[in-house]
Design a protein around this ligand. Structure first.
Ligand SMILES: N[C@@H](CCC(=O)N[C@@H](CS)C(=O)NCC(=O)O)C(=O)O
Length: 262
């Protein structure tokens, strides 16, 4: 049985859950509470030394890093393939996946973290905050979280994050003018890798970033949401109450993000 260590709002974990659903694979869920930093517990670090979700366990062996997990599942369970056969299209797929890992994911963290993680840490003393954040394994992430804790959405990371989201949307609009999905007329790991980052925009009421001027992106995301894999892999894990809370927080925060779009 496949096992997944996951959190409902983690876009990286959402990617993997969409892949599992597209492939109709059964899996067992282990919830890792990110606000309680269970991801930094000694037991979890044994599975995933980077201290992040998701982690997949297959045949008793951990596989880490969401893009690697998605490609692993596509290799190990090829009955439903989510990668194009054409080598050039495969390279384009991997380029989107790399873009997500290197740029879009940290950008999403910069605009989402202050809204969902910061409040709990602000209740702690400075000593407790440092004790917790000093445990974050990767230095860029650790330093980003410290800046976001101190400055919230006024942190310098936020302007870069909005610019990265916007450039991604522009590039997607161009790609979707060439084919129905991001790299071809077939849904692939490229679409799966990007879609959860639009869940973030959707749930926080930040869709103005693309709604008016990017019709192909709007249509692409609507098609992603319609898929059963998105309903099962992403939406089923988010309660109405949670979504209402996120929507209200996002609405309040929007002017700070919109200021960087001007
Ligand atoms: N490169 C990793 C990034 C994973 C990641 O950043 N996970 C976030 C949730 S989306 C996390 O576990 N954050 C915990 C923390 O920052 O303390 C992957 O693709 O799996």
């Amino acid at each position: 049985m496949l096992e997944l260590y996951t959190h409902p709002m983690s876009p990286c974990a959402q990617k993997v859950r969409i892949v599992l659903a597209e492939k109709n694979l059964e899996w067992a869920k282990h919830h890792v509470s990110l606000p309680d930093k269970e991801n930094l517990s000694p037991e979890y670090l044994k599975l995933n030394p980077l201290g992040v979700v998701p982690t997949l366990v297959d045949k008793g062996r951990p596989v880490i890093e969401s893009s690697i997990i998605c490609e692993y599942l596509d290799d190990a369970y090829p009955q439903v393939s989510l990668s194009p056969e054409d080598p050039l299209q495969r390279s384009a797929m991997r380029f989107w996946m790399k873009h997500v890992d290197v740029k879009l994911h940290p950008s999403c963290g910069a605009i989402q973290w202050p809204l969902i993680m910061r409040d709990k840490l602000l209740l702690m003393s400075e000593e407790e905050q440092n004790l917790l954040l000093d445990k974050v394994v990767e230095k860029p992430r650790r330093e980003r979280q410290k800046r976001l804790l101190k400055y919230g959405l006024d942190a310098p990371d936020v302007a870069d994050a909005v610019a990265t989201y916007y450039k991604t949307i522009v590039d997607m609009e161009a790609a979707l003018g060439e084919h129905q999905w991001l790299v071809s007329d077939n849904f692939s790991l490229a679409d799966i890798s990007v879609a959860p980052y639009f869940q973030t925009l959707h749930q926080f009421n930040w869709t103005a970033m693309y709604e008016a001027n990017f019709p192909r992106v709007l249509d692409w995301y609507a098609r992603c949401r319609e898929r059963e894999s998105y309903q099962v892999g992403v939406l089923a894990d988010l309660s109405e109450a949670m979504l209402e809370q996120l929507s209200a927080k996002g609405r309040e925060a929007w002017p700070k993000l919109a200021a960087h779009l001007a």
